[in-house]
Design a protein around this ligand. Structure first.
Ligand SMILES: NC(=O)c1ccc[n+]([C@@H]2O[C@H](COP(=O)([O-])OP(=O)(O)OC[C@H]3O[C@@H](n4cnc5c(N)ncnc54)[C@H](O)[C@@H]3O)[C@@H](O)[C@H]2O)c1
Length: 352
């Protein structure tokens, strides 16, 4: 293809995230927004009010030859059928997360993309979040020595939103909603290690039909453990990231990158004068004195989410491979299935 020509893009599903994609596409060099389709007339009208062309049907959109890229931002249960229709119409596809309801659906989508010879990838945008990039830098640059435990949490206090996220048949629940982001991030942090086992519990504090949260313990073959938790009824939040290394601890409090690193400067100096704790004395838990620890600010990171779409443009032109690969989304989809299985039978699931 002519590498100077801009790539026509369209969005199917013009709700919260569909609206977000249209605004982003307008700003990305090399892309031009051709239009949207939404099943609801009110949403098509909303697009037209913003001077965005609203197609009257999915078929009409897919038969427009100017469109080379389709972004799917509908509820999760219809991702598969729309993605396959778009691929069969010769379009490249970005699908919102979670890409599919299960591995079986995902394999059908991948097969359709291989058959069509078109790009099929997923919007795992939280790989560009500052907090994740900060955790990644701390771990990859060995700032804490060998990291042996990574905890990643997102905690809210509003329960599950009252839309399709509350309905099982539409792919609701927090494992599929926020879980997929946190699990994808954790698997990227441990992309070179095998995930040996998974233990998980779902929560149903404020909802019956779908999980309103979950916690899972992951064990990797290098001895690292990871804890991933999503909750929706916590009125006091724990830190977003808590990372334990042999020489120190990092705490990333929130998305705004508040937090700190504390490292031990003198491991030999273990003994302490016993201190009062509760109604007893303790030597083990006596706080360290300032001369044996050092406090650091969290490292600075530079996040550029635009790189996501720039990579897609380059991939469509045949210049790069998509950053979010089939193998990566297979792994995170299987991990979500292992989480459901572990919870259902209260067992540790052997994974890789
Ligand atoms: N990556 C992220 O940061 C992020 C954030 C929020 C949502 N999402 C994902 O985006 C997707 C949409 O979520 P949302 O919050 O925008 O939902 P939403 O309910 O706000 O919007 C979904 C839209 O899809 C439309 N729709 C439903 N079925 C359709 C069909 N068959 N054809 C065309 N349109 C259809 C609905 O009418 C609605 O306007 C979900 O997969 C969700 O998980 C991703």
């Amino acid at each position: 293809m002519n590498s100077k020509k801009s790539i026509g893009a369209a969005v199917i599903g013009y709700g919260g995230m569909g609206g977000w994609h249209t605004e982003k596409i307008k700003k990305i060099k090399g892309l031009s927004l051709i239009g949207i389709y939404d099943i609801l007339e009110s949403r098509r009208k909303a697009a037209e009010e913003k001077n965005i062309r609203a197609f009257n049907s999915q078929e009409e959109l897919l038969s427009d030859e100017r469109i080379e890229l389709v972004v799917i931002a509908t509820p999760n249960d219809v991702h598969k059928e729309i993605a396959i229709a778009a691929l069969e119409a010769g379009k490249n596809v970005i699908c919102e997360k979670p890409v599919a309801m299960n591995s079986g659906e995902l394999e059908e989508m991948i097969a359709a993309s291989v058959k069509a010879g078109k790009i099929f990838t997923v919007h795992q945008n939280r790989r560009w979040d500052d907090d994740y990039l900060c955790a990644k830098k701390i771990i990859e640059e060995n700032m804490l020595g060998r990291v042996y435990n990574i905890e990643s949490r997102v905690q809210g206090d509003r329960g599950v939103p009252g839309d399709w996220r509350n309905r099982k048949a539409q792919g609701g629940g927090m494992v599929l909603d926020w879980g997929v982001h946190l699990l994808d991030q954790m698997l990227m942090l441990k992309k070179d290690q095998k995930l040996i086992s998974v233990y998980a519990q779902l929560t149903f504090v404020t909802s019956d039909e779908v999980d309103d949260g979950f916690k899972t313990m992951l064990s990797f073959d290098d001895g690292t453990t990871a804890y991933v938790e999503v909750t929706t009824s916590n009125f006091v939040k724990l830190p977003r990231w808590y990372i334990l290394g042999e020489n120190g601890t990092a705490m990333i409090e929130d998305w705004d990158l508040s937090g700190k690193i504390i490292k031990v400067s003198d491991w030999e100096n273990r003994d302490a004068v016993p201190v009062l704790a509760g109604v007893g004395l303790t030597k083990t838990m006596a706080p360290r004195t300032d001369d044996t620890i050092k406090k650091y600010k969290l490292p600075k990171v530079h996040s550029d989410w635009g790189a996501y779409y720039e990579n897609i443009v380059a991939a469509i032109k045949g210049e790069e491979k998509p950053l979010i690969t089939h193998e990566q989304v297979r792994r995170s989809t299987k991990l979500m299935e292992a989480i459901f299985e572990s919870d259902k039978h209260n067992i540790v699931v052997k994974f890789e």
